[in-house]
Write a protein that binds this ligand. Sequence first.
Ligand code: FES
Ligand SMILES: [Fe+2]
Length: 442
Amino acid sequence: MPYAVELPDRVRKERYFDPDFFALENERLWPRVWQMACRLEEIPQPHDYACYEILDQSIIVLRTDDMGVRAFQNACRHRGVQVVEGRGTCESGFVCPFHGWCYSTDGKNTFIPRKKTFAEHNLAPHDINLVPVRCEVWGGCAWINLDRTAPPLRECLEPAATILDAWKVESLRTEWWYACRLPVNWKLAVEAFVEAYHVVETHPQLVIPTRYGRRDDASFDPRAFVAADLQYLRTMSEGMGGMVHADDVRIAEELHDIELPADAELAIATWNRMLNDAVTRRHRERGADMPDLNELTELGYNREFFQCFPHYFVLPMYSSASSYRFRPLGPEETLMELWSLTRYPEGSAREKPTPPEPWECDDPRWPPIPTQDFSNLPRQQKGLHAKGFEYMRLSTQMEGHVSNFERTIDGFLAGLPNEKLLPALQSVNVYPFDQPILDLGF
Ligand code: FES
Ligand SMILES: [Fe+2]
């Protein structure tokens, strides 16, 4: 195993640019993992389809007549042409644009022009249908897996799946969708978001005493606390382009002059409970499928960030959520997509979201917080190439998740069996901040 993580708090730099390492991921990681292929609102009606591209593979994800989903490898069985591109709606199936072989929506070959000119062995019925790909639905998304032997989707997403189900993420819909081309390895991009250690230096505007900073109980002032928390919510809303939804910021602002007890702990608990109550009630009143935020708190599910190994993230906050997906385009190039998801009254009609044109990472249109993250990343990718730099030195208390993530990838690269990999990826599908380095069992 080249460049394996041997000491768990040291990660060799070659993992982030070596072409052979990248090729090994292409061969042993991506073909074995569940991947978020599209949001279901991209294919709302029967026969809507969207192609999901991962490295050199293209997979058609199709909405079936009974509102399920089905997936196929996007290659005509005749001479390999991709039968569709991008997305759209097909009437009764697909017609290959080269010689006109036809496939039904269940992938069956239905027509071959001048069929009699082919030998019998090239017309075996099972052999001329589109190759099916495993496809399952969870969390408002269609997921694919190229490995027939992989465990079911749900198991591979635990424990995040249970927590995010309580958040009712399946009722969230796209409000906007952006994409960023990052000149860095996909794991470097992921790892810029999975620890809070960088917040103080990279995002100083987020160091607000109510959330990241330290609280001085002796001089606690409930008014100042509420003002600071409102400032945090506004900063997260504007700075992240809506990580806290503007509706929820308004709801919080309406509560600004409520009476709070003088005791710090009691005041904070009261504020949080009242804000959760108000957000829950208001969204339910307008007909949205909204979880009870205080129930989530009681269950201990009120965290704001969950990974779904390897490349999908959901960041729920109050009524809404952000979501990320990172796809490798090359050893040192990544496509990062960002969604803002929110709740609409049930039954309200929405436009199909269309994939965004990727912006460069220094595009002035990015909101301030991603701009700060994006400005570090290209410098980090370049710095890794320095002759004297050998490996990353991780904090065992604040950056354990980076190690757990990298070592889970090593499990795939080593070709470990599913029963060994499942516990490892379940230890990555968690709230990543301040995770310790875990024993993954291999
Ligand atoms: S390649 Fe598809 S019909 Fe020939
Ligand atoms: Fe950040």
